[in-house]
Design a protein. Structure first.
Lengths: 548, 104
């Protein structure tokens, strides 16, 4: 063997070490720990698949059960820190370094372990950014992935939750890495081949099906009149005015309310066919009424959503599906679609400062980013025009030849001025700054930078930051929609009124909206059960949402 | 438990003849508002009972904006708060004022 094939030699040695535990490529769940101890080497870069949706949980449990005397100081490079086992490996010493993207449910423990120095943090990334680094300087030595089924040869069917798998496998398998898949079932023939067998080295028959979090299900019963009001303002003041057809929504109640207002309030405004036709979006159950009413032409998905599989299967004109009929999602492609092919991102956040920077990190929780910073940023590599993008670019101003002027992606933050526990959404100083100081980070974890934000929608009104011409105007526009928070009460009232005359701050009445008309009866569905009805019984909500 | 009380002069009496109305419900994150037409037509009082302490200045601002907007002269307003956010308080006050404009 020449000196150019050392990685391949190392890979062959790992396969040989694991082979004694396998029948062909197949390994019993009971032998998963022994397999990992046989193939892993101290200091390996390991991608343990898991994001804000599906989890390779059987392999996560096996990794956490490895003997730290044999497997230690791993460098975890993975989308999500979601399961307790994802952090247990840092408690035992199996792993020591971490580069990740998202950590919703484990956010508090991540923050604690970081401050105790139990984790050596590389960086918190966006999904797309971490995927990019898989191909440059964070290429995994071993990938531990999840699929629905495998055949004898190791061809994998990932099912509707394909998500990150093709990206992780691409980076690992084609750079001398080892791919180990957990599967719910071994079958004679997989329904479709999502990952070909020659990219898969070992297959573990999991003790139970992999876990999927229903993160994108919002119960209409919990939507408030305030959220309905904000959704009305967003539809009339932004979607209609910029004629937004291509878009991505965040996961909050405000955007779910917008989805539920399309067939009612949107219809009344005469917007059907003119807005919200093409989506980069998970299959949100709250989008069902708009789909059934003929609003939605197509949707590409990052992942699937629990309970939506049968509905999607019956709507192939709308969703991307395989020859087997089930959804094919792909996080990397959908993130790219959201970044380059959408004219609007709208989502919520926990804190916004006077410059418009926003963050979901608080002093005690490191929630990470996921995809929001990519969705919520103006891509400077974009070159194709659209009327929406050009209009936003014109509003942002600038001199010179219009043919040389960039357009702008619309990046909208939709927030209630007070959040859970009366925590103000508007602050003078982001908690992210204190967080960065405590941990000695060079960069405060900002989700969306102020210069990317174009509009802020609250129950008090819409601030159009594109039209602001200096930092002072920007600050007062933000204060002008910050309600009764300290930031809001600290406004220069006269200046906010001048901004209002210029259309930079707009109140509900400026948009012809009467706040008292913001009624829950405007929601196309007012419960999960209504969504099931809209779907013709095809949507099968998870148990925790079956509250009727 | 905080008890707050505000008293405002108004430029005009609140329209309508309805003697009393209730808006909202007593629930966590919500509030119940009782409106009674019992005061002089150029006066409005608002009494608040809330389990959340330390938000006196926010209540003061919410009530002042409501009075300026609705001019609820003659109304005695009693609020039983369940920890509602200020925007919900504003909305319920406006809903209550609208109810008082309806026929009894």
């Amino acid at each position: 063997m020449s000196a150019w094939g050392r990685e391949r030699e190392a890979r062959d040695a790992r396969i040989t070490a694991g082979r004694s535990l396998a029948d062909g490529k197949h390994v019993a769940a009971a032998d998963a720990v022994a397999l990992l101890e046989a193939v892993l080497r101290p200091g390996d870069r390991v991608c343990l698949e898991g994001d804000n949706q599906k989890q390779a949980d059987c392999l996560a449990r096996a990794l956490a059960a490895c003997d730290p005397a044999r497997v230690h100081d791993l460098h975890m490079v993975q989308s999500g820190i979601v399961l307790p086992e994802h952090l247990d490996v840092f408690e035992t010493g199996v792993a020591s370094r971490l580069d990740y993207s998202y950590s919703g449910p484990q956010g508090a423990r991540v923050a604690r372990m970081l401050s105790e120095g139990r984790i050596r943090l590389g960086a918190v990334h966006t999904y797309l950014e971490l995927f990019a680094r898989y191909f440059v300087d964070l290429t995994p030595n071993v990938a531990l992935i999840a699929a629905v089924s495998a055949d004898r040869e190791g061809n994998l069917y990932t099912g509707p939750n394909t998500e990150d798998t093709p990206t992780v496998v691409e980076a690992t398998a084609f750079k001398n890495g080892l791919v180990i898949a957990q599967v719910n079932a071994i079958v004679e023939r997989v329904p479709r081949v999502d990952i070909p067998a020659d990219r898969v080295d070992f297959v573990v028959a999991a003790d139970r099906p992999f876990y999927v979090e229903p993160l994108f299900t919002r119960d209409p019963a919990a939507m408030t009149e305030t959220q309905v009001l904000m959704a009305m303002m967003a539809l009339k003041g932004i979607y209609a005015e910029y004629a937004i057809t291509r878009l991505n929504h965040g996961i909050g109640f405000g955007t779910a309310a917008i989805e539920l207002l399309l067939p009612t309030y949107g219809e009344r405004l005469g917007l059907k066919g003119k807005i919200a036709t093409h989506w980069a979006l998970n299959p949100h159950p709250t989008l069902i009424p708009a789909i059934e009413s003929g609003w939605v032409k197509q949707v590409h998905c990052f992942g699937s959503e629990v309970g939506m599989d049968r509905y999607i299967r019956e709507r192939p004109d709308v969703f991307f599906t395989g020859a087997d009929g089930s959804l094919r999602s792909n996080r990397a492609f959908c993130q790219t679609a959201g970044l380059y092919a959408c004219d609007l991102f709208i989502g919520s956040t926990l804190q916004i400062d006077l410059a418009g920077h926003s963050s979901t990190i608080t002093r005690s929780r490191a929630a990470g980013f996921g995809g929001a910073p990519n969705m919520g940023s103006d891509p400077h590599g974009r070159r194709h025009p659209s009327e929406t993008w050009l209009k936003a670019g014109r509003e942002a101003g600038g001199n010179g030849d219009p043919a040389l002027r960039r357009g702008r992606k619309l990046v909208v933050q939709i927030v209630e001025t007070f959040g859970e526990g009366l925590a103000p959404a508007f602050v003078e100083r982001l908690d992210a700054l204190a967080f960065a100081e405590t941990l000695g980070l060079e960069l405060a974890p900002v989700m969306v930078y102020g210069d990317d934000v174009t509009h802020i929608v609250t129950e008090e009104g819409i601030a159009n930051l594109l039209l602001c011409r200096d930092a002072d105007e920007r600050e007062q526009a933000i204060r002008g929609v910050a309600g009764y928070t300290e930031v809001g009460r600290g406004r220069d009232r006269a200046m906010v009124e001048r901004l209002r005359e210029r259309g930079i701050v707009r109140r509900p009445e400026d948009l012809g909206i009467e706040p008292l008309d913001a009624d829950r009866s405007l929601l196309a569905a007012r419960s999960i059960k209504d969504l099931v009805h809209w779907s013709g019984g095809l949507y099968d909500p998870p148990a925790r949402f079956r509250n009727w | 438990m905080d008890r707050l009380s505000f008293r405002h002069a108004t430029r005009r009496p609140h329209p309508g003849t309805r003697a009393e109305a209730i808006a909202g419900v007593v629930a966590s994150g919500n509030l119940e508002i009782l409106l009674e037409r019992v005061l002089a037509p150029d006066l409005c009082t608002v009494e608040i009972e809330t389990p959340v302490t330390g938000y006196g200045d926010v209540w003061e601002a919410v009530v002042a904006d409501f009075v300026a907007r609705a001019q609820p002269g003659g109304l005695r307003i009693s609020i039983n708060d369940g920890g509602a956010r200020p925007d919900t308080v504003s909305l319920r006050l406006l809903q209550g004022a609208r109810l008082m404009e309806e026929a009894p």
